[in-house]
Design a protein around this ligand. Structure first.
Ligand code: SAM
Length: 218
């Protein structure tokens, strides 16, 4: 079956998660097979995480959809992603914020930062910047952000990310080690945080200074 039909079948199946039409449409527009290593390409439109090497994964489409929905990504927003991986989640978010918005996506592993850049270029996204850095520290150069999407599980919410989230902004972040939960955090006008537990998830660990452990060289 050609990719277009496989993609449509996958996206239609995701409506069972209660995903908004806007996010489903964004998933329809992004060619996931361009973000998957060749060896796994025939499974691009199966709702599962896939290896992208270096012990990392491209997240399952339903998880990308759930996080994008929680973040209420509107046209024109400035978004920080921590954990670029393949660049796929960044591409879906880029569709949602449109050319008036911007995605800054930080990746700590150099080969994956390169992989994400090449994939995004092939897929035609020019409103995404991939930054090679420790994203557990955020990316203060472009702060504050309207939204922050963390795609690796943190030991707890990094203070740097809270500081770089604008007032009224939303952050989606998985937290925990063996048992992880996805949290949606809203930064209120007085700077206080409202946390909503969105249920159990499985992500690779967030490494780095505010992650599980610091390694100077991956
Ligand atoms: N968003 C990705 C995608 O669409 O393919 C999937 C992300 S993968 C589940 C998690 C990524 O977070 C990995 O690429 C990993 O190298 C990265 N990561 C882990 N700790 C990080 C850190 N401190 N800074 C930046 N990236 C980090």
């Amino acid at each position: 079956m050609e990719y277009a039909r496989q993609k449509e079948r996958l996206v239609s199946s995701l409506s069972s998660y209660g995903i908004s039409d806007r996010v489903l449409d964004a998933l329809r527009k992004v060619p996931r097979h361009l973000f998957v290593p060749e060896v796994h390409r025939d499974r691009s439109y199966v709702d599962t995480p896939l290896s992208i090497g270096y012990a990392q994964t491209i997240s399952a489409p339903h998880m990308v959809a759930i996080m994008c929905d929680l973040l209420e990504l509107e046209i024109g927003l400035k978004v920080l992603e921590v954990g670029a991986g393949s660049g796929y989640n960044a591409a879906v978010m880029a569709e949602l914020v449109d050319s008036k918005g911007k995605i800054y996506s930080v990746e700590r592993l150099e080969p994956l930062a390169g992989f994400a850049r090449v994939n995004l270029e092939k897929a035609g996204y020019d409103n995404v910047d991939i930054i090679l850095a420790d994203g557990s520290l955020g990316y203060p150069q472009e702060a504050p952000y309207d939204r922050i999407c963390v795609t690796a599980s943190a030991p707890c919410t990094p203070r740097a990310l809270v500081e770089q989230l604008r007032t009224g902004g939303l952050m989606a972040i998985p937290e925990g080690d063996m048992y992880q939960h996805l949290y949606l955090i809203k930064k209120e006008d007085d700077g206080s945080l409202v946390r909503k537990d969105c249920g159990g998830v499985t992500f690779v660990p967030l490494m780095g200074a505010n992650g599980f452990r610091f390694e100077s060289k991956p």
